[in-house]
Ligand binder design. Structure first.
Ligand SMILES: [Fe+2]
Length: 311
């Protein structure tokens, strides 16, 4: 019989988070509250400040937690044929393309040490390694900045599995995994993450339409980390409230898969040293991996034996 459960590591036991690992296994998602993940709300507050500053620098609009963007925003006009635009309208994505209520701030590990400290949070790393049988690596670190509206996800809530690029069939070991840090409270009316419990065991990239009704909100207080399996169907509920929902996605990959962002190529030794745990960061960034190699020749080459070397 195929093995369907992953063994609980000594790391998980030492941290006392067996219940979260078990929930991740049965449910495909678990929420670890601030008092258990131990990152600390003071650092979360500082991260929020950095995100708000960066959002303003990128868009030109000032953002506040209570009111969202204080100016109206628009995305660059997409170069689409009338037929493509009709298709997009039919799929309900027109507003998402033309009228933004969400955008992504990318490559945050390059911006400040605190984003790298989130990456090496022991609870998050242990749960990611639990899903990936100890072979977790970093794929990207991005922040979803979301305000009132539904970002065009419509009634389907944008449900999908993150590891959809990996060919089927999938097994219990995750090909990707998400640790999303709630920088603001996650509530249903606040536009929480939507997910369908247990669907990491169904091995399908997207849900059939009749399963959309099974989506529930991942509600969590600020400072929580929501960890889910790359096969779990998830999306987002529309934000009905005013103000911002900020979700900081520390996205992991199994070592056998490509990263979203060129983490191994763009992580410097100075960045590694400037973290809570350089040893773990170096591994997660993929710097200790054999592949992809960057040397012209990574394997040793034999040369003609010289008389001096014959001894
Ligand atoms: Fe996703």
């Amino acid at each position: 019989m195929a093995k369907t459960e992953l063994s609980i590591s000594s790391e998980i036991k030492e941290l006392g988070i067996e219940e979260y690992a078990r929930e991740l296994e049965s449910n495909g998602l678990t929420i670890v509250p601030p008092e258990v993940n131990g990152f600390g709300l003071e650092r979360i507050d500082r991260i929020v400040e950095i995100i708000l500053e960066r959002a303003e620098a990128m868009t030109g609009a000032k953002f506040t937690l209570d009111d969202g963007p204080l100016d109206e925003l628009e995305f660059p006009k997409p170069k689409l044929t009338p037929e493509q635009m009709q298709q997009i309208e039919a799929l309900g994505f027109k507003d998402a393309i033309l009228k933004p209520t969400q955008f992504l701030i990318q490559k945050l590990t390059q911006v400040d040490r605190m984003f790298r400290d989130l990456v090496v949070n022991p609870v998050s790393v242990a749960l990611q390694n639990h899903m990936m049988a100890g072979q977790s690596r970093l794929s990207s670190v991005n922040c979803f900045v979301k305000w009132q509206g539904d970002f065009g996800y419509g009634p389907g809530l944008g449900l999908h599995a993150d590891q959809a690029a990996t060919p089927l069939p999938w097994g219990p070991v995750a090909h990707s995994g998400n640790s999303t840090w709630c920088l603001t409270d996650y509530t249903l009316d606040g536009g929480a993450l939507a997910y369908v419990p247990g669907t990491h065991k169904e091995s399908k990239p997207t849900p059939p339409p009749d399963r959309i009704k099974d989506a529930i909100p991942a509600e969590a207080p600020k400072g929580s980390v929501i960890v889910w399996h790359g096969a779990t169907w998830h999306g987002a509920f529309p934000r009905k409230d005013k103000g911002l929902r900020l979700g900081l996605a520390v996205y992991h990959r199994h070592a056998a898969n490509l990263p979203q962002e060129d983490v191994p190529g763009q992580t410097t030794e100075a960045m590694v040293e400037d973290t809570d745990n350089p040893e773990v960061y170096r591994i997660l960034a993929g710097l200790t991996d054999k592949f992809p190699y960057r040397e012209i020749q990574s394997e040793v080459v034999p040369h003609v034996k010289t008389s001096a070397a014959t001894g």
